[in-house]
Design a binder for this molecule. Structure first.
Ligand code: BES
Ligand code: MN
Ligand code: ZN
Length: 506
């Protein structure tokens, strides 16, 4: 009986928990199912007519006119034709302007969203004018747009059937998608699942287990995990100070992928991995505290970006460093006023135990520089409520000392559909961090909260290290859907970091 139970539990863990339509490519549509078609010009429905036939095509043209559908980009119309072949047809406007990769993704995302709510077993997508690469982008958008996290819904109905992109270019598009975009979409979804998992399920050691499972069998990857004792030996007093209030032991996860030249300096991504942020002794109020289960989004994003790069065999050397800690207020917790010594040697006065992200990252970025001498270091963190108030869901905050590095990240974000807005790092911010008792303090420093948070981490980044920081509090969790990002966990950062690392290789 015990054995049986064990098998059942294992099955529950490996079963595809989030049923989604599989993404496919074909040269023709089978004779039934739902059809989703992109339309650039209502006067030209020839691509659809080729699939549904001339008679149904004429009826469709009349219906389009009646519905007042104008093919503006993003406009949608649903037509229930009652016909035997394609009884359910959705049109999505492509508009007149040139379609960029982002636009094909959005088109696919809208198709994915529509496919999710369709009852039809087979769903076909037509993307007139799309070449193989555009189709792969649209397919990635569809994979991302149909996402939902329903693992704990007892009545979640399993979605069967596929979402098939129909095109003469199906072969090339499928090959392209399988090589690159499929891995990227999977990585974003992996990160979203990690964000969505409750903190009673996902704590530091479980994060590590899932990372190991995610990289199972992937070539040229090595995973190292530091435990509390090893971190003590390295003198990571800031990270350990945060960990001290939780019964869950901290972990420092390091994932290296060496797909580039042997010995070439890697790009290093450091991601904040607070598996739950209660605030610690500086306890948060209950309003919205549940969302602090996703305070590990930075860690998930950096891990997932390396996953995507490694699975698609990108020719780069890249490392993800993730300090994984639960910030809790038990009897052993650190207090406001405590002083800790970081791995760098700098001492920190704790003014708020709720400014914990900068503490765990200070040791993580120091370790990253000592260990890897990065070609570029980027930290990614849900660091401050301040950045969310300033930039909302639209942009993540970008910090950099160097204008050209800032420009590179902004461009990567623009191409990836993950927008950044640069905020200042000013010498005044460093002065505000001076502590009367230690070298610096972690809070109580002044009002530009997002800049102060980044400036704190800057104290642990050597002048000669090329560095940028992303504050993703705000964009990590969407209140309003985008075509490729349903409400909830966004997986923000995965696509941007993936893009950034690839660029360096060219
Ligand atoms: N994890 C929070 C930041 C956060 C807030 C993320 C809202 C997502 C949504 C972070 O650890 C925190 O508590 N920051 C404090 C810093 C302050 C004490 C200096 C904040 O923003 O209030
Ligand atoms: Mn906090
Ligand atoms: Zn936090």
């Amino acid at each position: 009986m015990r054995n049986l139970l064990f098998i059942a539990v294992v099955l529950a863990c490996i079963a595809p928990a989030h049923a989604q339509r599989s993404i496919d490519f074909a040269e023709a549509a089978a004779p039934d199912g739902a059809l989703i078609a992109g339309v650039a010009d209502v006067a030209d429905l020839s691509a659809i007519k080729r699939v549904i036939g001339p008679e149904a095509g004429d009826a469709l043209a009349r219906a389009v006119e009646t519905a007042g559908f104008d093919a503006a980009r993003g406009a949608t119309a649903q037509l229930l034709t009652g016909a035997a072949r394609f009884g359910e047809i959705h049109l999505i406007g492509l508009g007149e302007d040139e379609m960029r990769a982002r636009d094909w993704e959005d088109f696919g995302g809208r198709a994915g969203g529509l496919a999710r709510s369709s009852k039809a077993e087979a769903v076909y997508v037509l993307a007139p004018g799309a070449d193989a690469e555009d189709l792969a982008d649209a397919a990635m958008g569809a994979a991302l747009g149909q996402y939902s996290f329903d693992l704990y819904k007892s009545d979640a109905s399993p979605v069967e059937g596929a979402l098939t992109f129909v095109s003469d270019e199906a072969g090339a598009a499928g090959a392209r998608y399988d090589g690159v975009e499929r891995h990227l979409a999977d990585a974003v979804i992996w990160a979203r699942n990690m964000q969505s998992e409750p903190a009673n399920v996902l704590y530091p050691e479980e994060f590590v287990r899932r990372a190991r499972a995610g990289f199972q069998g992937v070539a040229d990857v090595s995973i190292t995990v530091l435990n509390r004792r090893q971190m003590e030996r390295l003198g990571m007093g800031a990270l350990l100070g945060v960990a001290q209030g939780s019964v869950r032991p901290p972990q420092l996860l390091v994932v290296r992928y060496n797909g580039g030249a042997a010995g070439a300096a890697p790009v290093v991504f450091a991601g904040k991995g607070i598996t739950f942020d209660s605030g610690g002794i500086s306890l948060k109020s209950n309003s919205g505290m549940w969302l602090m289960k996703s305070d590990m989004t930075g860690a998930a994003a950096v891990t997932a970006a390396v996953m995507s790069l490694a699975k698609s065999r990108a020719p780069v050397n890249v490392v993800a460093v993730a300090p994984l800690v639960e910030n809790m207020p038990d009897g052993g917790a650190q207090r406001p006023g405590d002083v800790v010594k970081t791995m760098s040697g700098l001492t920190v006065e704790i003014r708020s135990t709720d400014a914990e992200g900068r503490l765990v990252l200070s040791d993580a970025v120091w370790y990253a520089q000592e260990e890897f001498k990065p070609r570029l270091l980027v930290h990614v963190a849900t660091l401050t409520g301040s950045v969310a108030r300033a930039l909302s869901d639209e942009y993540a905050g970008l910090f950099a000392r160097d204008d050209s590095i800032a420009a590179r990240l902004t461009a990567a974000g623009d191409e990836a559909g993950e927008d950044l807005w640069r905020l200042p790092l000013h010498p005044n911010h460093d002065r505000q961090l001076v502590s009367p008792i230690a070298d610096i303090k972690n809070s109580d420093a002044g009002s530009p909260g997002a800049s102060i948070g980044a400036a704190f981490i800057g104290h642990f980044v050597k002048e000669q290290t090329p560095w940028a920081g992303l504050d993703i509090a705000g964009v990590d969790w969407r209140e309003e859907a985008l075509p490729t990002v349903p409400v909830g966990a966004s997986g923000f950062g995965v696509r941007l970091l993936d893009r950034l690392a690839r660029e360096g290789a060219e």
